[in-house]
Write a protein that binds this ligand. Structure first.
Ligand SMILES: CC(C)(COP(=O)(O)OP(=O)(O)OC[C@H]1O[C@@H](n2cnc3c(N)ncnc32)[C@H](O)[C@@H]1OP(=O)(O)O)[C@@H](O)C(=O)NCCC(=O)NCCS
Length: 265
């Protein structure tokens, strides 16, 4: 059974106002996520953005950010209709992506296959199970890359992934995008921890995490199979909720909107 903590609708449409289970605490002292503030305003639970799936806490905001605007980009959940634009961007960047992104091995593919991938991503987004975003230029005419908030790193936490087209790197776009999603993770989803994972050889990716204030927890040895089939180490960079307010990530200018276009941040 899945139960939202605060603000969700019960089976009969009534508002759930559950108390947090023992041991589950809101994120860092002194601030509450946007969803938590709304829940408080309604006098229900003090924390939202986490749900229980089969007894395991996973982040899943009841009002996820469908669109996120940064200074130079718009992040929005992929639509299957983005397939031609996305395919063009990915296939033009295959050499740039193949050393680091496991999924790049699946290319080339045709536009129908790409649309199929995007239907799946969109479905998971709508179900609150995984949040993959396209990174677009401000007028939405060009795909600059891809990013996402992924709940695969345990309870109360989200991992941020990103790639930026080779032609747009070196301008701080990945830092801007990852900073924006860090804000969404803490201030909309209400997580306690955000992680960025990267291969230690990927110095540009590690620099993004470091620049935003993430701390290197450690390097897991031979943890992932790289696209070339070789086992690679993985660095785990983490930002905790109580470190977040003083981090560079927290200063990222961002606006975030729910599926109805209502402002979350
Ligand atoms: C790793 C990757 C995401 C970095 O993208 P990026 O947009 O260049 O990264 P940043 O946003 O951090 O930009 C950093 C560069 O912009 C410069 N820059 C300019 N303005 C900046 C600003 N306002 N803020 C930060 N950096 C800025 C920095 O000096 C830096 O230059 P340098 O790389 O020559 O030192 C990109 O190379 C990529 O997609 N690689 C392939 C896929 C990949 O590895 N993904 C990550 C997997 S873990």
């Amino acid at each position: 059974m899945k139960a939202s903590l605060g603000g969700g609708k019960g089976p009969r449409g009534g508002k759930l106002s559950m108390r947090l289970p023992a041991g589950i605490r809101p994120p860092g002292a002194g601030w509450l996520s946007a969803n938590a503030r709304r829940a408080e305003g309604r006098g229900s639970a003090t924390f939202s953005g986490l749900a229980i799936h089969g007894g395991v806490m996973t982040p899943t905001a009841f009002r996820p950010a469908y669109t996120v605007q940064t200074e130079h980009t718009v992040l929005r959940c992929w639509s299957p209709a983005d397939a031609p634009l996305a395919l063009r961007a990915i296939e033009a960047n295959l050499e740039h992506l193949l050393p680091w992104m496991e999924w790049a091995k699946r290319y080339p593919m045709n536009v129908a296959q790409q649309a199929g991938q995007m239907r799946r991503m969109r479905g998971l987004f709508d179900l609150g199970q995984d949040f993959a975003y396209g990174v677009f230029n401000r007028d939405g005419s060009e795909v600059l890359g891809g990013t996402g908030l992924h709940p695969r790193v345990g309870e109360g936490a989200l991992e941020i992934g990103y790639w930026i087209s080779a032609g747009h790197t070196g301008r701080g776009i990945a830092t801007e995008v990852a900073g924006a999603l860090t804000r969404v993770a803490f201030e909309v989803e209400g997580v306690r921890r955000v992680e960025i994972h990267c291969d230690p050889r990927n110095v540009r990716s590690a620099a993004v995490a470091r620049r935003l204030g993430f701390v290197l927890e450690g390097t897991l040895r031979q943890r992932l199979v790289a696209p070339d089939g070789v086992l690679r180490d993985t660095m785990v960079w983490t930002l905790l909720a109580d470190e977040y307010p003083a981090s560079r990530a927290a200063a990222t200018p961002v606006e975030a909107f729910d599926v109805l276009g209502q402002k979350l941040l």
